[in-house]
Design a protein around this ligand. Sequence first.
Ligand SMILES: [Zn+2]
Length: 378
Amino acid sequence: MAARKAIFIYSPELEKYHYPPEHPFNTVRAKKARETINSMGLLSRSNVREVPPVPADRIVLKKFHSARYLHALKSTSQGRWDAEALEMGIGTQDCPVFPGLYEYAVLAVGGTLVAAKQILAGDAEIAFNPSGGFHHAGPERASGFCYINDVALACMVLAERVKRVLYLDVDVHHGDGVAYAFYDRSDVMTISFHQDPRTLFPGTGFADEIGTGQGKGYCVNVPLPVGTYDQVYLKAFEAIALPLIKAYNPGVFVFELGADALAGDPLAHLQLTNNVYAEIVHHLLAFNKPVVATGGGGYNVDNTVRAWALAWSIFCGADAGQQMGQAIGGVLLESTEWQGGLRDRALAVSESQLETVVPAVEATIETIKSTVFPIHGL
Ligand SMILES: [Zn+2]
């Protein structure tokens, strides 16, 4: 099969903006991921184009966000911050006000919308915006480092033209903003794998949150215990996501590729290596449907950059069909020395991980099989 048309969304314009220096969200990750893939020749393949983001239109933003909220976000960014903005989560420790906040949010989000537009026009089959993935933002709420929800917006725009949009979220945090945006709809199915909400922000995404009304069975949450490691994560993915995606038969994917589920992330407690992300990307591409992929969380910058570069190498067809086990790399998760390989070294699994993680994940798989699968004839 010919390599698919892939676009990488990036512009140096994005480098003008930074969250405050003490904030964990580092906008430099997209730039570094670009540098890494560029140095490997993965932006100069014949099937690849680099496309700059353009600021999102206000009219598109209003498909998900209220006019009141967008107004407050813009005013705040121009120095007029008030109690009403704070009440909507703007100017908190998690969602601080910084110079150019509105311009940055609209540009980064615009990248994901450019991706969706190119997919709809048939100009791309795979589009990756490492500056996107703001899955926590609500219609009138800044939350969890997110101001404008690009992934919810992309799902909405795609759902207007494509039957059945599948939103997959592998960020370590529950993709709450997107899950609740489509909680009563069946035209966008959301599947989120994340750390157990009892132990991590935002505290939602339990297995029994499965949607309501028309959307019942079209919201899937897979909470995972602290210490979850590659093999058991993949087992859950293959047992839950694969059959559901097959049954749903989506026309397009939106894929939030937060890298904070990797071992060594300072904000979370799963123990994955990037080989899991590589497997999942291969699984998605095997459905042979267009993919809008975004970045997201990922607070160990080097690990995140390598994970996204690895994902891109698969998106653009440079890492074709390598399977886990055959292609385990030699890169230490905590190493800052990058020496030619993108894949993480396999991590040892402890007795206590085996004892705590396996039964919890097996129970979750059974719960979802009994509550969600029958709705899809499985
Ligand atoms: Zn996250």
